[in-house]
Design a protein around this ligand. Structure first.
Ligand code: SF4
Ligand code: SF4
Length: 555
């Protein structure tokens, strides 16, 4: 969202002073919440075995420097010329592949006419024209400084310190049970895999798997996860919510108005804010997060329910492009909900600023959205769907408008499914595929039921349905029935023509007859499709050329 501002709203100095004072109280209150200590850590061990890859001109001088401290191996991409013998291995390589992380890199290389070489390394210095590991977020222990000589030297120096045991927090928690990635081989949601800029998340059959060594802690996976199966743990949403709630309470009590949270990272974003100093508008409350992509609509709706007039996210150009797109999309969904409820906005602002002056101008246009008449008192949960339930319930209860439903853009994690009754055979494949318990069978009766509140719009039902009878309808329902099982389709049961037992639906049998009428297995025996499984087997086993003995009832 790149907005060029042409006007400058006037500043009321009295109000500005009061807001700035209230902000000081708000920041103090947020800072008083105990710092989060990660319970689980990820450990690395590095003995300093270093791999340097690049041209002879760049790689050898740096390798000479590193070799004075660490064991080093060099792969030269260009030179066939003679060079002075080195006290460390130097190989020619035409192709090189590297994967891994600090303490666990694996490299394979090959030169024309030579066998494939391979090795394990703790550190990699990549001086190639295009990076060997292309992910936006680089693994720990991997240095790719680019063209500048100063950057190359700095990377070489940094490597010298990377020996020993290291640890970092485990940034995520994954609840396999709630994941909508797949069912029975059908693929549903892959949002986290697609967004991860560290390539730390991969398909694992019906589940996903996260490599904690590659995970860099940006949290974008949890932002886009529709179910909350993957959640951010550093800090968890509940703690961020506590800080926001405490800050807003104190801000209000100190007489501040229209508070906006400015979520920023603790490095580049914090530097920009420090450079701005008192020029940050009084109603803007900065809140540092490990990464600015780590919060989504659950936390934002919670903040608005607590009384925040807006959420601004400060990006500084260091974020992966897909994170900006995802934040923009989440803001669009969030604003659609708030607009639908009559809360005049905007409430969200995605800021891109590389210099303090740019930030100063943008912050004068910080969002000033309408808020509920009463601030919410619930606490944010670590479970995303729970928080969304609480926040939306509060926002709806105090909303200026009370729509039955708000239509949302595609990709929203709420919605209905529409079933084409003419095509649906009530085979219940979708019920088995639904990871959220949104689709239910009739417990013996031929009917399909749906609980809208549970639906995360993963699309697994639609991709599983053999009749292509299901389509998604993203929306947020506020109807009383949203938590109830409503019937999407029902049919009369079909009774076996031989034993009269109900075994399916009329529609299902008609579909089978239509499809299998010309199948050789049923040639001359089409009636078997109108029989239950048991009778079909009996009918197949019965000798056709013997007289049939039927017991006659005595009258
Ligand atoms: S449901 Fe969440 S954890 Fe599962 S694939 Fe989708 S984004 Fe990933
Ligand atoms: S009903 Fe909703 S949650 Fe269930 S499979 Fe379909 S789209 Fe996914």
């Amino acid at each position: 969202m790149n907005i060029r501002f042409t006007d400058n709203p006037p500043i009321d100095p009295v109000r500005e002073g009061r807001d700035a004072q209230a902000r000081r109280a708000a920041i103090q209150a947020a800072d008083a919440i105990p710092v989060f200590e990660p319970a689980v850590t990820v450990d690395y061990r590095s003995a300093g075995r270093s791999l340097v890859v690049g041209s002879a001109a760049h790689a050898l001088p740096l390798a000479d420097r590193i070799a004075g401290v660490l064991p080093v191996t060099v792969l030269l991409l260009d030179s066939q010329d003679e060079f002075p013998l080195r006290p460390y291995p130097v190989h020619q390589a035409r192709t090189v592949a590297v994967a891994g992380w600090l303490g666990a890199f694996e490299a394979r290389w090959q030169a024309p006419g030579q066998a494939v070489g391979q090795g394990r390394f703790d550190l990699v210095l990549d001086l190639c024209p295009s990076r060997l590991i292309p992910s936006h977020q680089r693994p720990h222990g991997y240095y790719a400084p680019g063209d500048g000589e100063a950057a190359r030297l700095a990377a070489g120096e940094a490597m010298l310190d990377m020996v020993g045991d290291f640890e970092k927090p485990k940034y995520f928690a994954y609840k396999e049970r709630s994941c909508a990635h797949g069912r029975n081989g059908q693929k549903g949601c892959s949002a986290c895999i697609e967004i991860c800029s560290a390539q730390a998340i991969a398909d694992d059959g019906d589940r996903i798997k996260v490599n904690p060594y590659l995970c860099a802690g940006c949290g974008a996976c949890s932002t886009v996860c529709p179910t909350g199966a993957i959640s951010y743990a550093f800090p968890p949403a509940a703690l961020t919510g506590k800080r926001m709630q405490a800050a807003l309470r104190c801000y209000r009590e100190a007489g501040g108005e229209d508070p906006v949270f400015l979520l920023h990272d603790p490095e580049h974003g914090a530097e920009l804010l420090a450079a701005l100093g008192d020029a940050v508008p009084g109603r803007v409350i900065p809140l540092a997060l490990q990464h600015t992509a780590s919060t989504g609509i659950d936390v934002w709706f919670g903040a608005v329910a607590y009384g925040a007039a807006g959420i601004a996210i400060l990006t500084t150009g260091n974020e992966a492009p897909q994170y900006l797109a995802a934040l923009d999309q989440q803001m669009t969904i969030g604003q659609a909900v708030l607009d639908g409820l009559g809360y005049d906005g905007p409430h969200f602002q995605l800021l891109q600023a590389g210099a303090p002056e740019e930030l100063a101008v943008a912050l004068r246009h910080a969002p000033r959205g309408r808020v509920p008449s009463e601030p919410a008192v619930f606490h944010l949960a670590n479970d995303k769907r729970n928080t969304l339930d609480y926040a939306l319930e509060h926002l709806h209860r105090h909303a200026p408008l009370k729509p039955e439903a708000v239509t949302l853009p595609p990709g929203a994690p709420f919605g209905a499914v529409e079933v084409n009754r003419g095509a649906c055979s009530l085979c219940m494949s979708c019920v088995g595929a639904c990871p959220a318990g949104a689709l239910q069978d009739g417990q013996g009766a031929p009917l399909l039921r749906f609980i809208e509140k549970n639906c995360v719009q993963c699309g697994l039902c639609a991709s599983t349905c053999p009749e292509n009878a299901i389509s998604l309808a993203p929306r947020l329902s506020f109807a009383e029935t949203r938590g109830q099982a409503v019937v999407l389709n029902e049919s009369r049961p079909f009774h076996c023509i031989r034993c009269d037992k109900p075994f399916g639906t009329l529609q299902m049998v008609e579909n089978m007859l239509g499809r299998l009428a010309s199948h050789p297995a049923f040639s001359g025996h089409l009636d078997r499709l109108r029989m239950c499984g048991d009778c079909r087997v009996i009918d197949m086993m019965e000798p056709r050329d013997e007289m049939r003995v039927t017991s006659l009832k005595r009258s």
